[in-house]
Design a protein around this ligand. Structure first.
Ligand SMILES: *Cc1c(COP(=O)(O)O)cnc(C)c1O
Length: 419
């Protein structure tokens, strides 16, 4: 059966998750396929922020740390995110940025590896990992006397031996959308005596994750992508409970102290995950993040992450099929896995010439994806608010841009600071 806009509209009408779209502020003239970079604003966020600012801050002032529950917000929002990633209450906390949380988790993992006395001094990661992860690992390896070895994804299992202290992987690759088998790789790492750190930046709220089921050691993740927490939203960190009392992290700020308001001179880490806090939590951002996480949890009565995953796969599959059939002959090459079980919630195509300008021309037509150097057109699909008609419209605009050649205009070649 050939697919057209009306068959896509019929799929939207039959979509059990269709009501969730109303929870977001969307421009009806645009198709937003960049929720993997900055999630859409939930409708609830502005009113909640207004309340936090006017009532809790404006009226409540300092009292709100107790009366409005500010002091517990990193744990409260952490427990909500835990439900999305297979963690238990009290195991996951919201703090800092993903980069800073990686620094803390990787330091803790290196210290545990040293304590275990196994002698392995290699931190292994993927060459194609998100650069901030590699930059943090590079300086930390130097500081701790470890080496950082970067390998290709297909070489991960083969490289695991007793020289590896920590395996640091991003579950869903930011450029290709390729997803790792978390349980299988974690088990192989453990057989080799290595600890695992999983970066869930492109997984939390996008694909089902089961940290405890996979027996992972550490995880970190991002609040402003699929969790819809807003620009620069705080990030999260999780530690398996078998490590929670042994793991120490170097940013020993007062909020991670066992008794911050005792104001004692010496540092004593708080029990469990709370020691991964450092300074005072950013309350305004945390409040917005809570609305974002709630916008994902709103899917729970409709089937939760498995239902979101099912729709995500249907959207990405449809996008691949439509691009390959309707935009054939323009040298677009699928850069994401064709097999659904290896694909996150995004689809990328590579194009040797013009990828950046084509993305700009699409944005000018109201189809918002992004470009990742050197040659990737990247499109993220958020089943909470992306519709099948959105997919149709995006491919139709892409087809017109490619056929009309408008992307060759000089204005689309100008590089902005953020791509
Ligand atoms: C988006 C992303 C980050 C972002 O890190 P910040 O510290 O929040 O800027 C880190 N790692 C990966 C894999 C990402 O995709």
């Amino acid at each position: 059966m050939t697919i057209d806009e009306s068959t896509c509209a019929a799929r939207d009408a039959a979509d059990p998750l269709r009501s969730l779209r109303d929870n977001f502020v969307l421009n009806p003239d645009e198709v937003y396929l960049d929720g993997n970079s900055l999630g859409v604003l939930p409708r609830a966020t502005a009113a909640r922020m207004q309340d936090v600012i006017a009532q809790e801050w404006g009226d409540g002032l300092i009292r709100s740390w107790n009366t409005a529950g500010w002091i517990d917000l990193p744990q409260r929002v952490g427990n909500k995110i835990a439900r999305l990633v297979g963690a238990a209450d009290g195991e996951l906390i919201v703090a800092d940025s993903t980069s800073v949380n990686l620094y803390k988790a990787l330091s803790a993992a290196c210290a545990l590896a040293k304590q275990a006395g196994r002698g392995g001094k290699r931190i292994v990661s993927e060459r194609s990992n998100f650069p901030t992860d590699l930059y943090i690992a590079e300086s930390l390896a130097r500081e701790q006397g470890f080496t950082l070895d970067l390998i290709e994804p297909d070489d991960i299992l083969g490289t695991l031996d007793d020289s590896v202290a920590v395996l640091l992987l991003t579950h869903v690759n930011y450029r290709t959308g390729r997803m790792h088998d978390m349980a299988g790789i974690t088990a192989a790492a453990h057989r080799a005596g290595a600890l695992t750190i999983w970066d869930l930046a492109h997984s939390a709220g996008a694909v089902p994750v089961d940290l405890n089921g996979a027996d992972a050691d550490f995880a970190i993740g991002c609040g402003y992508k699929y969790l819809n927490g807003g620009p620069g939203a705080p990030a999260f960190v999780w530690v398996h409970r078998r490590h929670a009392e042994a793991a120490t992290q170097p940013l020993s700020g007062w909020m991670g102290h066992a008794a911050p308001f005792a104001f004692t001179t010496g540092y004593a880490p708080a029990p469990g995950i709370n020691r991964f806090l450092c300074g005072t939590p950013p309350l305004l951002s945390l409040s917005a993040l809570e609305c974002g996480v709630d916008s994902v949890l709103a899917a729970e009565p409709l089937g939760g992450m498995p239902a979101l995953r099912e729709k995500s796969l249907a959207l990405t599959q449809l996008f691949i099929e439509l691009v390959e059939s309707r935009c054939a002959g323009h040298n677009l090459e699928l850069a994401s896995p064709r097999e659904g079980d290896q694909r996150g919630s995004q689809v990328c195509f590579s194009l040797p010439d013009g990828a950046y300008a084509i993305v700009q021309a699409l944005i000018a037509r109201g189809v918002i994806g992004d470009f990742r150097a050197p040659d990737i057109l990247r499109f993220g699909f958020t089943p909470l608010y992306t519709s099948y008609v959105d997919v149709w419209r995006a491919v139709e605009q892409l087809r017109q841009v490619l056929e009309g050649g408008e992307w060759r205009e000089a204005r689309f070649a100008q590089r902005a600071a953020v791509t």
